[in-house]
Design a protein around this ligand. Structure first.
Ligand code: GDP
Ligand code: IMO
Ligand code: MG
Length: 425
């Protein structure tokens, strides 16, 4: 393995963290490349549950280096809380964490703006309110503050004052909100400098050196393909690029450094927040999947909308990202369904269409086929051969349709419940 990228293939929460934790066994370095504390990444080891928002999901493996790449937007308070929590649980992480000097800070005014914008708009996105959109906007406007800025406090204070003037005007005049003080922002950043300053470096350089030294690097995407700002169901998307382009952009690695792109893919589909979801199940079936799969947001606790596997959506995910391997997660959740639906195309104005129109899939009608389900508990299965015939048929159908090999299968939340399909063993 050189560099491997793990990308969510749907609308997030595919079980990426669980797979990253599993794949970290074979890696030296794990890098988060985009998003921020909007992510909720769950890892379960020995029945203990950890939820990561900013720290890469490989951190539970002793001795592995975890990098927060330049594409991440970093909430300094959320980051320090996460480090604290891990340390309280007995994990020594400070020497294994590296933060890019180019990662942008998410500050309180970003979160306030996120909330005002959501409430102001007639069509809500249903954001996580973690300040993601406003922070990436400031990055593009070139008024953001970056992790490396803390090493020049005079410059930082000047830039923070300039930015704050703009932000406070917007907050007060447009939204009638409360202003933030420079003192509050600076004391937050000074605390961050004190506690995490030693972790900050030029991660682009660090990663290129690691590639040269033949280290194995695992890039961890947050969110998923269909939430991508360019390729997703705009405007119901996040404000970064979870797709392959974002992996390069958010680390500084180049396309030739990447060996494998793994599509982390739930055996069905979920979505949190607003926006189109062509294969969404009816309320009764959605609730059944939600309960079986414990589908509640790891960051906000919101119930996730649930539905059926969507072949055209996945075909696009494979195409856009160059996914050459798939990891199918949460297969166990489908146990007990007499029939399992799979979306294979859409009806648009009475015409069958086999490609998903990402930017306008709000009113399209899915075309489903049904496959027979299985009743056996599969959570102890550790090979493809051990799976019930109908579960094998389900996976074979998906693999054939997508023309991408299913390399990993996950049948439970714990680290031990993942296996490699025997074709690859
Ligand atoms: P992520 O954002 O993609 O990392 O996924 P989340 O952590 O938000 O949501 C995935 C949820 O499913 C978490 O609660 C995981 O512990 C759980 N999970 C992951 N893989 C499996 C699996 O194969 N089976 C079951 N039952 N749960 C899983
Ligand atoms: P992980 O990494 C699922 C969704 C939000 C909202 C939209 C925009 O755990 O898979 P944002 O706060 O990013 O501006 O919200 O994106 N969203 C996610 N949905 N999993 C996530 O992360 C998500 N991060 C953001 O619900 O619809
Ligand atoms: Mg999640």
């Amino acid at each position: 393995m050189g560099c491997t990228v793990a990308i969510g293939s749907q609308w997030g929460d595919e079980g990426k963290a669980k797979m990253i934790d599993y794949l970290t066994e074979d890696a030296d370095i794990v890098v988060r490349y985009q998003g921020g504390a909007n992510a909720g990444h769950t890892v379960v080891v020995d029945d203990k549950k950890f939820v990561f928002h900013l720290i890469p999901s490989g951190i539970l493996h002793e001795g592995k280096i975890c990098v927060i790449g330049n594409g991440v937007v970093l909430d300094p308070v959320a980051f320090l809380e996460e480090v604290d929590l891990l340390e309280k649980k007995g994990y020594d992480v400070k020497d294994r964490l590296i933060i890019s000097d180019s990662a942008h800070f998410i500050l309180p005014y970003h979160k306030a703006m996120d909330s005002y914008l959501e409430n102001f708009s007639n069509e809500k996105i249903g954001t996580t309110m973690r300040g993601i959109g406003p922070c990436y906007s400031d990055k593009c406007l070139r008024i953001g503050l970056r992790a490396g800025d803390i090493f020049d406090l005079n410059m930082l204070e000047k830039r923070a004052a300039d930015t704050l003037r703009i932000k406070n005007l917007q907050l007060e005049k447009i939204f009638g909100g409360e202003p933030f003080t420079l003192e509050d922002i600076m004391s937050m950043l000074l605390l961050f400098k004190d506690k995490a300053g030693s972790m900050i470096c030029n991660t682009q350089e660090y990663l290129h050196k690691a590639v040269k030294d033949r280290k194995k690097i695992l890039l961890e995407g947050a969110q998923g393909y269909a939430l991508d700002i360019d390729h997703g169901t705009y405007p119901y998307v996040t404000s970064s690029s979870p797709t392959i382009g974002g992996a390069l952009l958010g680390t500084g690695l180049n396309a030739f450094d990447i060996d494998d792109v793994i599509g982390i893919t739930k055996a069905y589909v979920t979505r949190v927040g607003e926006g189109p979801f062509p294969t969404e199940a009816d309320e009764e079936q959605s609730e059944r999947i939600r309960v079986n799969g414990n589908e509640f947001g790891a960051t906000t606790g919101r119930p996730r909308r649930c539905g059926w596997f969507d072949i055209p959506l996945l075909k696009k995910a494979v195409q856009i990202n160059g996914m050459n391997k798939l990891a199918i997660t949460k297969l166990d959740v489908l146990t007990g369904f007499e029939k399992i639906k799979i979306g294979v195309g859409y009806n648009i104005n009475g015409e069958r269409v086999d490609e998903i129109p990402m930017s306008k899939c709000k009113h399209i009608e899915p075309i489903f086929i049904e496959m027979d389900g299985w009743g056996e508990n599969i959570s102890k299965c550790r090979s493809f051969a051990e799976l019930p015939k109908n579960a094998q048929a389900y996976l074979n159908f998906i693999e054939d349709e997508l023309n991408a090999p299913i390399t990993y299968i996950s049948v439970g939340p714990g680290r031990e419940s993942t296996f490699i399909t025997e074709k690859k063993q």
